[in-house]
Design a protein around this ligand. Structure first.
Ligand code: ADP
Ligand code: MG
Length: 368
């Protein structure tokens, strides 16, 4: 689950990771009020959307006075912000973060991710802050310092020092840097993060280290033990069809293309076992509400799930939903003959395919 920068910064503060003073606002007046609570300007007004690269699209602007903050906020709020990460459709901005502008001496990168091949959290730090880490990795990988953490031992003090030394920080910044890294790692573990990325982590001209940006992703599978964090979800930032699917406990991924696919797999087979005709109907409805879908392919291997049971579910669902596109079904497995017979005799226009190849051929013929 992704959260907004301002939410990420609130979490960072709870773990003693320093962030600029600031606050969130949903209206220009609120933005001015936040600025009035801060020290004298300049201030920065930052669009809150789940995408980076905001500066380039005009989503991050400075303002000298609280009045100017109000003015800038009125232009950013309500805008459809297009950045390299939003796609051409952009994102609607409904909140801004107003914070104290920092006098930046240096921008660094600090990120923690789970490295699946190592089965460990990996902390990455780089002196090339402000740039996408993928870009740094491709062009100047020598600028990235990495430490893999043994989850049973936790982050060792020498690892935090290696990172801080490795990016060339001067001696007086080693203690604040190791403290910063240690606290970010504590948060990563405590909140079951899947990503904690501070880009940039800045050193200010007066020698402080601050998280200027915060990209915190939380592991969906761990949200059951963080009820307070689940509330940070912003449905407006999610694909509406994916939202709808979640409500019905369906796994739905919106891809490009014009073939809607209803399928099962190892874990899904267990879920499909308990699938009611209502769930199948919801699945149909969600797939068909994507206007690009010209044909639906149902490809199910019935092991635990008996094919006749599935066929009965599909038939009932097809009666409930306005099925506007042709449906091709490929069934295989337990009770497959009974399943096919039910479909053929349903009076509904399903095309039952012989096997996977046949199904693919029939689907391709229909979309062309
Ligand atoms: P994004 O990742 O979406 O581009 P960031 O929060 O990383 O947004 O900000 C982009 C740039 O804007 C930073 O690299 C920094 O130069 C500047 N910036 C952001 N917040 C502040 C701030 N509080 N004070 C000064 N400059 C800032
Ligand atoms: Mg950033």
């Amino acid at each position: 689950m992704k959260i907004h920068e301002y939410q990420g910064k609130e979490l960072l503060q709870k773990f003693q990771v320093p962030v600029p003073a600031g606050g969130v606002a949903a209206t220009p007046e609120e933005a001015r009020q936040v600025a009035e609570t801060l020290e004298a300007g300049p201030f920065v007004v930052k669009a809150q959307i789940h995408a980076g690269g905001r500066g380039k699209g005009g989503g991050i602007q400075t303002a000298a006075t609280p009045e100017e903050v109000e003015d800038v906020a009125s232009r950013i709020l309500g805008m459809t912000l297009i950045t390299p990460q939003t796609g051409p459709e952009g994102r609607y901005v409904k909140t801004v973060l107003v914070e104290q502008a920092q006098d930046i001496a240096q921008e660094l990168y600090l990120g923690i991710v789970v490295d699946r091949s190592l089965a460990r959290p990996v902390i990455m730090m780089s002196a090339a802050g402000g740039m996408e880490i993928e870009e740094v990795a491709a062009r100047t990988p020598e600028l990235i310092v990495k430490e893999a953490v043994d989850p049973l031992l936790g982050l060792m003090p020498y690892q935090a020092r290696n990172l801080a030394f490795g990016v060339g920080l001067p001696p007086e910044l080693l203690r604040p840097a190791t403290g910063f890294i240690t606290n970010l790692y504590r948060m990563f573990v405590a909140l079951d993060c899947s990503l904690a990325e501070i880009n940039p982590l800045v050193v200010t001209k007066d020698g402080h280290m601050l998280a200027l940006d915060a990209k915190i992703n939380l592991d969906d599978n761990a949200l059951f033990r963080h009820h307070d964090l689940a509330a940070l979800e912003d449905p407006d930032e999610m694909d509406p069809l994916e939202n709808e699917a979640r409500k019905h406990h369906l796994n739905y991924i919106r891809l490009t293309g014009n073939i809607g696919a209803m399928v099962n797999g190892a874990g899904l087979a267990m879920a499909t076992m308990d699938a009611t005709p209502e769930m199948i109907a919801n699945g149909f409805r969600i797939i068909l509400s994507d206007p690009r879908v010209k044909v639906v392919l149902i490809n199910i291997f019935g092991g635990l799930l008996r094919c006749d049971r599935l066929a009965a579910g599909v038939i009932q669902a097809a009666r409930e939903v306005d099925v506007r596109a042709p449906i091709i079904i490929r069934l295989e497995g337990t009770n497959v003959e009974e399943g096919r017979q039910l479909l053929n005799e349903s009076g509904l226009t399903f095309t039952v395919a012989e096997d996977m190849q046949d199904a693919a051929r029939k689907v391709a013929a229909l979309v062309q």
